[in-house]
Design a protein around this ligand. Structure first.
Ligand code: FAD
Length: 485
């Protein structure tokens, strides 16, 4: 039987990149605090939170993905995820494992721009800098990919006119390191935890430990109730601060289960409507190919970014596909790296009516209140999707020859970027759940973290932003938590 502490200073729920950011900042700035991170899913590999793409053995990697797919239910999503089920957001998915979705992600880390930015955070750029440090983001991992410059030149001709310098076509910042021999190490929560957390003897990570309730007494968080999923034992852990970083669907679920039910909880749910297309690069045969012959994985054309602007409110990413998604003729073997995938994300028309609601009479696979999604694309969303299809066709014809007649519009939920459900606001006016330091209105000592905190309609991948918001929350705890609280 495992021993759980009876008291810690800070209890963190969820070990994805955002929970890990709290552990890291507090380990660096307040090394004497006692910290515990509780994670419902299993430990996949060492170091804790490692990205599964870094697991060399394919069978071990597949096993790690299967072990991340939750307690059973409606079915699998993308490898490493399981779907929630339901008709209104059919592709909504989660991951349950040490590292969360951050063990399975693509690691694209663009900065938000224009209306994606959170206007009431004056230090947003400083927080994004810090998030880039924690995630080890680089825009140079694929500098030597032979097709990359050509891809960007063609995209720039189509999209750059009229854009400000920092919103022009550029390499996608990625949370990945490239060794001199060309091998890649993808950042997962392990990189966010970093040595500072791993070396911190006062931090303990508990895998397979489901938090079923945040304990609240006299208007303040007093700790968490943890179920040890290995033996079913229940443990009460007292804490001076509680951070719930349990993804955008399960963070509001845990607050609901704990009786913390502000009016905006679960509302303003938004997922980024998404359009995809595949293209064969024009004249790829005449472009130089990778002399090192390691072209199987994204070495030829890298990952390029067409940033969001208010005038063109889409986030575009263009990356080499390992294989063509569309069957080609048997004698048609494309030059390595010459097929690129285009993904165009839209910003949702954010509405309070779009929400995850919870059922006190039905339970999910973990025994938590069952989720029901209410979600609809508005006429503005349909218009945005139509404009995105036009933009993606423009990008495709700049690059080469589309493999399909029309771009494909993915089912709602496919972006895996769910936001808004515990959104941040400037004041407690019923349209937000937490303040700019991610403190839940009306419950002292309770923080929320993850994409659910983002209040704006973003089209860009959200993790860099949500880790930045976690940095702000962690710094607030570091500043305000008395020693020996
Ligand atoms: P998560 O990583 O989801 O972690 C939450 C953790 O909380 C989970 O491990 C869960 O098991 C745990 N938990 C939940 N409830 C409880 C409970 N009650 N008790 C204890 N633990 C609990 N984002 C990008 O920005 N760029 C990308 O390129 C990108 N690509 C992606 C590709 C894929 C295939 C996937 C799956 C995701 C992608 N994402 C991407 C999304 C990205 O992974 C998430 O934004 C990020 O992981 C969110 O971090 P988080 O810490 O908030 O939540």
């Amino acid at each position: 039987m495992r021993t759980f502490p009876s008291t810690v200073d800070v209890a963190i729920v969820g070990s994805g990149p955002c929970g890990a950011a709290y552990a890291r900042i507090l380990s660096e700035t307040r090394p004497h605090l006692r910290l515990a991170t509780f994670e419902a899913g299993p430990l996949l590999a060492d170091p804790p939170g490692v990205h599964v793409k870094n697991i060399a053995d394919p069978a071990a990697r597949e096993r790690a993905q299967r072990r991340s797919e939750g307690p059973g239910g409606p079915g699998r999503g993308r490898p490493g995820t399981f779907v929630l089920g339901g008709e209104e957001l059919p592709a909504a998915a989660m991951s349950s494992n040490v590292g969360g979705m951050g063990a399975h992600w693509t690691a694209a880390c663009p900065r938000p721009g224009g209306s994606e930015r959170i206007g009431f955070l004056p230090d947003l750029d400083d927080l994004l800098d810090e998030a880039e440090r924690l995630l080890a983001v680089s825009a140079h991992a694929f500098d030597d990919a032979p097709f990359a410059a050509e891809v960007r030149k063609r995209l720039a001709a189509a999209f750059d006119p009229g854009r400000s310098e920092e919103r022009r076509v550029r390499p996608m910042p990625l949370a990945v390191r490239c060794a001199p021999d060309g091998s890649l190490t993808w950042s997962g929560a392990d990189v966010v935890f970093g040595e500072a957390t791993r070396r911190n003897e006062r931090h303990t990570l508990f895998p397979e430990a489901l938090v079923t309730r945040v304990l609240v007494a006299d208007g303040r968080a007093a700790g968490v109730l943890v179920r040890d999923l290995r033996d079913g034992g229940e443990h009460e852990v007292r804490a001076a601060r509680v951070v719930v970083a349990a993804d955008a669907l399960r963070t509001p679920q845990l607050l609901w289960a704990s009786g913390v039910r502000p009016p905006a909880l679960g509302r303003y749910l938004n997922d980024q409507p998404q359009v995809v297309f595949a293209v064969r690069l024009r004249d790829a045969g005449s472009l130089e190919t990778d002399p090192r012959g390691r072209s199987r994985i994204v070495r030829q054309s890298g990952v390029s970014w067409v940033p969001f602007t208010d005038a063109e409110p889409f986030h575009g990413q263009v990356m080499q596909l390992d294989a063509s998604p569309v069957p080609l003729a048997p004698d048609d073997v494309p030059a390595p790296g010459s097929i690129v995938g285009l993904g165009w994300f839209c910003a949702k028309d954010v509405r309070a009516a779009d929400r995850v609601a919870f059922d006190d009479t039905a339970r999910d696979g973990y025994g938590m209140p069952a989720m029901r999604i209410h979600y609809r694309l508005t006429s503005r969303d349909e218009a945005a999707l139509e404009a995105a299809r036009t933009a993606v066709r423009r990008a495709a014809s700049a690059l080469g020859d589309p493999l399909d007649e029309e771009p494909i519009t993915l089912p709602p939920g496919s972006s895996l970027h769910y936001q808004g459900t515990v959104r941040m606001g400037r004041s407690d006016d019923g349209t937000s759940v937490c303040d700019p330091s991610s403190r839940v209105w009306g419950v002292d000592g309770l923080h929320v973290a993850g994409n659910g905190v983002i209040p704006t309609a973003t089209a860009c991948n959200p993790t860099l932003t949500s880790v930045a918001l976690a940095v702000a929350g962690a710094r607030h705890i570091a500043r305000t938590l008395p020693a020996g609280a």
